[in-house]
Design a protein around this ligand. Structure first.
Ligand code: ADP
Length: 599
């Protein structure tokens, strides 16, 4: 259009038309036409980021040129009215933003013309004027607005708005499609919005069937034993409701062909709360089966090896016992080392057995009412000799405002398996003693209405910051000059974590390298009413093992049952292990074995 105007201008100049001719284009209009042409060409060639704004500006220039020309060449009588009709028809491309103001401009102009005398003459047909002014706008709106082609153009314009975004969008689609894990995008209403090819292969749904369906129809989640998943365990629902990341590997899905697969799933919220979640999952059925086989093997092997090791430990104990054997000092020092190593091996097998039990669900729990402060105190008393031997002060100081020794124990009740809790507390305390050369180990019990927190603080070697995140993993041991000389299996803290998790509790550590560490265990606390109710239901208990263990320090003890004889042990080496286990929950003998000589 601008080119037509420029041509008409040139034609007028060439033919030397009189300036009164209605077809004469003024210099101002010609300059505007020139600017419009240059701007269009530049916008077309140059890599402009804001294409939409540029196109709007150029369209504005065009309109300005057309209106200018019309006003200069006789307003409603101008021969260039046709240019208005042509250019106004494109206003619909930009929607009401452009059509609205232009409509008002046309109506305003007509109204002013009617009101002020002399603007319109008798021959002017008012309806034709209105139609000529407004019809192209209306038609343009009809043609362009909400027209799929225009929508596409708009999308194209928006995409072209930033070439980078365009590239990234393409790349992420390629990446999502190439990911081996299943990926689903689920909106705030739980509707599947995207499903990548890997997810389609795993669950057996095609993309076009799954998209727009409720996620529960597409991803039929179940517990790992195939039961329908309760709402509070549904990670997707949790992710949608709480806008937090959820991950679990104890879950399965039912594929479209009815096959059950164990999966590992991560649900990550996107954008603002309630915007939706991205779900990534993968089939871990094979890995889990392999893990189970591995655990079974470890469990069987540890069980089988524990018996001969107990027997070796027993014989070495006998060799070290002056009542059963006479050996010289050199032999004694060798046998003591062998005895120590056997004890370590025995501990390792015991830990492996406990862990495989906790991993394959064989760990049974027998919850009982526990007064945590008192229970902890009993365990600490049992471990005092171990600390004394190293010259470490072992203190138990439950936080309380009370003054007397009795009142020092605040009452924190929980309902948990006593053996499991004992295992955790003694393990942490034994570690604290083991990894402290001088100083003290302090145990505290604190809490609030919801939790009881047991803390074990030591002034020992501390843990380097980079090791802390891995500390509760299986077989993890800090490897540095401080720990190299200290024996261990790297299984104790892992077992503690498993046990604490089975109590719905938390375990964590705060440590300063070379200054000491504090391990914390938080366990859900019972209310007073719940504790009273449990106490009335629970039968009165015989004295607990640790209580019996601490008795020798204060009162004369009833004689223990006679220990097994050597020949009894020879026939059944497990007797030795049983005797040791009675004096320590994890079968860790504190000193030399007490075995009666062969009769
Ligand atoms: P281990 O049998 O080696 O003691 P654990 O699982 O009990 O196995 O502990 C894992 C590692 O954590 C240990 O090897 C040790 O490096 C570190 N650790 C545990 N408790 C303490 C502590 N109280 N102070 C310093 N380091 C500790």
């Amino acid at each position: 259009m601008a080119a037509i105007v420029l041509s008409v201008y040139a034609w007028g100049k060439f033919n030397d038309l009189p300036s009164t001719d209605s077809l004469i284009v003024s210099e101002a209009a010609a300059i505007l036409a020139g600017i419009t042409i240059v701007a269009s060409v530049v916008a077309y060639i140059a890599p402009i980021k804001k294409v939409l704004s540029a196109s709007l500006a150029i369209y504005g220039l065009l309109l300005l040129m057309v209106i200018w020309l019309i006003m200069e060449t006789g307003a409603v009588h101008s021969p260039f009215i046709a240019l208005w009709m042509l250019s106004a028809a494109f206003a619909g491309l930009y929607g009401w933003v452009m059509v609205g103001p232009l409509g008002f401009l046309v109506i305003g102009y007509i109204v002013i013309s009617v009101v002020s005398d002399g603007q319109l003459d008798q021959n002017d047909n008012l309806p034709a004027l209105i139609i000529g002014g407004l019809l192209p706008l209306g038609l343009g709106m009809l043609i362009w607005y909400r027209n799929p082609t225009v929508e596409r153009v708009k999308v194209k314009l928006a995409e072209a708005n930033t070439t980078e975004l365009h590239k990234v969008t393409n790349q992420s689609e390629i990446v999502i499609n190439a990911i081996g894990d299943g990926v689903l995008a689920i909106d705030s209403q739980g509707i599947v919005r995207l499903i990548n090819p890997a997810a389609q292969t795993i669950i057996g749904w095609s993309g076009k069937d799954a998209v727009t369906l409720d996620y529960k129809a597409v991803l039929q989640l179940a517990t790992d034993d195939g039961q329908e998943i309760p709402m509070h365990l549904d990670p997707i629902l949790q992710g949608l409701n709480t806008n937090q990341q959820y991950r679990t590997s104890d879950i399965s899905i039912l594929t479209s062909s009815g096959k059950r697969l164990l999966i590992s799933i991560v649900v990550s919220p996107i954008g603002d709360p309630g915007d939706g979640v991205i779900v990534t999952f993968r089939d871990v059925t094979k890995e889990k089966a392999e893990e189970r086989e591995q655990a079974e093997f470890i469990s069987t092997a540890s069980h089988e090896m524990r018996t001969p090791v107990a027997s070796i430990e027993g014989y070495l104990g006998l060799a070290l016992n002056p009542a059963t054997a006479q050996i010289d000092d050199k032999a004694r020092s060798y046998i003591e080392k062998a005895h120590e190593a056997t004890q370590h091996l025995g501990r390792l097998f015991q830990d492996l057995l406990d862990i495989s039990k906790s991993e394959d669900g064989r760990l049974t729990s027998n919850p009982q009412l526990i007064d945590v402060a008192k229970f902890t105190d009993d365990i600490i008393m049992g471990l005092k000799p171990q600390a004394d031997q190293k010259g470490i002060h072992l203190g138990f100081k439950p936080s309380s405002k009370g003054a007397s020794e009795k009142q020092l124990h605040p009452v924190y009740h929980i309902s948990q398996d006593k053996d499991h809790l004992r295992e955790v507390i003694s393990n942490l305390t034994e570690n604290a003693i083991k990894y402290t050369h001088t100083g003290e180990v302090l145990i505290d019990v604190t809490g609030d209405d919801g939790e009881v927190v047991i803390s074990v603080k030591d002034s020992g070697i501390g843990i380097p910051a980079e090791d802390i995140p891995h500390l509760f993993q299986k077989f993890y041991r800090v490897d540095n000059s401080d720990t190299r000389e200290i024996n261990g299996t790297g299984l104790g803290l892992y077992l503690c974590r498993r046990l604490v998790e089975s109590m719905n509790g938390r375990i964590w550590v705060e440590s300063q390298y070379k200054s000491g560490s504090t391990f914390f265990v938080a366990i859900p606390r019972l209310t007073r009413a719940e504790a009273d109710k449990l106490a009335s239901e629970q039968p009165a208990e015989p004295q607990s093992a640790p209580e019996a263990a601490k008795q020798p320090a204060f009162e004369p003890q009833a004689p223990p049952p006679p220990p097994p004889t050597l020949s009894e042990i020879e026939q059944n080496p497990e007797l030795y292990r049983q005797q040791m286990t009675q004096s320590h929950p994890r079968g860790r003998p504190a000193g030399g074995p007490i075995i009666r000589p062969r009769e």
